[in-house]
Every structure is written in structure tokens, then in C-alpha cells.
Design a protein around this ligand. Structure first.
Ligand code: PXL
Length: 283
């Protein structure tokens, strides 16, 4: 059985970060170890959230794990709560790279042209350096612009522009880059990706649903890293991740009592498992 360690916050309410990564990756038949970076009462789109920073616990946890001599098939980082945490992740990557762990970074820090509460320009600069040390990164369009330190454009761009962004991000050292939330095709939303090893681009578009939801980026990243562990190639993993997000949004739109703060991904698990079975990659 493969083992992924995922490093991100735990928000009690809000269906994001660890409360989606843990069930999704586990359901895919992969052992999921966790290192919480912070404990929040809710995600940061709620008014008045509490935030317990766990930076001080990270080093002792990592040194205990080193003593246990455990192997992680992948290290997946999401929402990091401080610049110090980025530094700690950078050291962790160096320590595990030799043993072949796939390093997957979702640079969770912004959406819709804006940084999430509490993040600064300095944080984005450090996050860009961390991304350069990763094998795979999956920013959204806003995060890609912050990582490259260029202004965010909402719709006024084309695929050639996104290709430049992808190459710019790969030039920082990442082997595989995907940008999600590409809206340059009418009524569609999609992902464009670049693999620097093969110098090839891929893209995948799907129907644009009428609402944006919180937590979908974390769901996308969790399925993507899980699918890579199951042996899917990058472009296939991106498609499965996008399809699962669409399915989760459809379940949410069909539920009159759905909550505003996240999607009903729990109801889309049968779809995910069926897709894994169809591709003969269930354990
Ligand atoms: O989904 C990204 C995310 C993760 N963690 C926390 C957040 C957000 C987005 O708002 O607030 C705490």
C-alpha cells in the first residue's frame, strides 16, 4: 500500500484542506499520514475564525518520524500557515527527496485575484521558492500570477498566455505544472499543464457550472496526487481530479440544503471509485 503524508491545516468546519484530503486519499486506497499546520474553527471565509498556529510542533514531529525511518511515497503540502512553515517544508523536502518521495505542492494562498486573509507578498515569494523544489505544483490562475509576480487577469487571456505562465513556473525548477481554473474558452473551465521532462503541454476543459465553491482546489489536489500514486500519468490524473470536482459540484447544486462553505464531495465517492475501477487501478 502506498503512503502519502499530507501537510496542511485542519479547519473544523468548511470542508477544505485535511478534512477533504484525508477521506479522499484514504478512499482511493492509499494510507494517509497527516501533519496539521494549524487548527482553525472554520476556514478563513467565515467571519471570526480562530487560528492555532502549530509551527512549533512541526520540527519535533518531523524528527520523530525521521527516527522511525518511515518512507513516504508522496509528500503533499497544501495550506501553510506561516513563512517559517514554508522553510520547514523546504528542509523536509531535502531530507526525503533522496528516498524517492514524490513532492507535490498545492500553493494554497489565493483565489479570484486576491490573497486569502493573513497572507502577504513576502509569503508568496517564499512559496514560489518552495514550488521550485517540487516535482508537481497545481496552482490556480491567481496563485500562478502571484508565484510569477505578475498582475492577475480575469478573462482577457488566451492559451498562448497560459503556456507562457506554465513555462515560467517550470523554469523555477518544477517538473510538472498544472494551472487550474482556466477560463479563456467560452462557457468552459479547465486545466492546462506542462511537463518539462517531455516538453509537452496538455489541457482539459469541462462545463462551467454557475457557482464557485470553497475547497474545490483541495479536492482537486487530493485526487490528483492520489491518482498519481495509483499509477496514472499526470494528464489522466488531472482529468480524474477535474471530473470528480464537477461531480461534487453537481451533487451540491442538486441538494437544496447544501451549505455555502463547501461541496458535497462525500456523495461523489461512488463516482470516484467507479472511475478507478474502470481504469483497473483499484488495489
Ligand atoms: O481551500 C483552501 C483553504 C485551506 N485552508 C484554509 C482556508 C482555505 C481557503 O479559504 O481558509 C484555512
Amino acid at each position: 500500500m502506498k503512503r502519502i503524508v499530507t501537510i496542511q491545516d485542519i479547519s473544523g468546519i468548511g470542508k477544505c484542506s485535511l478534512t477533504v484530503a484525508l477521506p479522499i486519499i484514504s478512499a482511493m486506497g492509499i494510507e494517509t499520514s497527516v501533519l496539521p499546520t494549524a487548527v482553525l474553527s472554520t476556514h478563513t471565509a467565515f467571519e471570526g475564525f480562530t487560528f492555532r498556529d502549530l509551527t512549533e510542533d512541526i520540527e519535533p514531529i518531523l524528527s520523530h518520524w525521521k527516527k522511525l525511518d518511515l518512507h513516504f511515497d508522496a509528500i503533499y503540502t497544501g495550506y501553510l500557515g506561516s513563512q517559517k512553515q514554508i522553510e520547514l517544508m523546504s528542509t523536509m523536502f531535502d531530507a526525503y527527496r533522496q528516498s524517492g518521495s514524490l513532492i507535490f505542492v498545492d500553493p494554497c494562498m489565493a483565489d479570484n485575484g486576491k490573497l486569502y486573509p493573513g497572507f502577504t507578498k513576502e509569503f508568496t515569494i517564499e512559496m514560489a521558492k518552495l514550488c521550485g523544489k517540487a516535482d508537481i505544483i497545481v496552482p490556480n490562475m491567481t496563485e500562478a500570477c502571484y508565484l510569477l509576480d505578475i498582475p492577475y487577469q480575469e478573462n482577457e487571456y488566451d492559451e498562448a498566455y497560459v503556456k507562457k505562465l506554465l513555462k515560467g513556473l517550470a523554469a523555477k525548477g518544477t517538473r510538472k505544472v498544472a494551472i487550474k481554473g482556466i477560463t479563456c474558452k467560452e462557457n468552459k473551465i479547465g486545466i492546462m499543464a506542462y511537463d518539462a521532462q517531455t516538453d509537452s503541454f496538455s489541457s482539459y476543459y469541462h462545463q462551467r457550472l454557475p457557482q464557485n465553491f470553497h475547497g474545490t482546489g483541495d479536492i482537486f489536489a487530493s485526487v490528483c496526487v492520489g491518482a498519481m500514486m495509483k499509477g496514472m500519468v499526470f494528464s489522466q490524473a488531472l482529468q480524474l481530479a477535474a471530473d470528480f470536482v464537477v461531480e461534487s459540484i453537481k451533487k451540491t447544486l442538486a441538494d437544496k440544503e447544501a451549505n455555502w462553505y463547501g461541496v458535497n464531495f462525500e456523495e461523489a465517492f461512488p463516482y470516484l471509485l467507479k472511475r478507478l475501477e474502470e481504469d483497473n487501478i483499484i488495489p
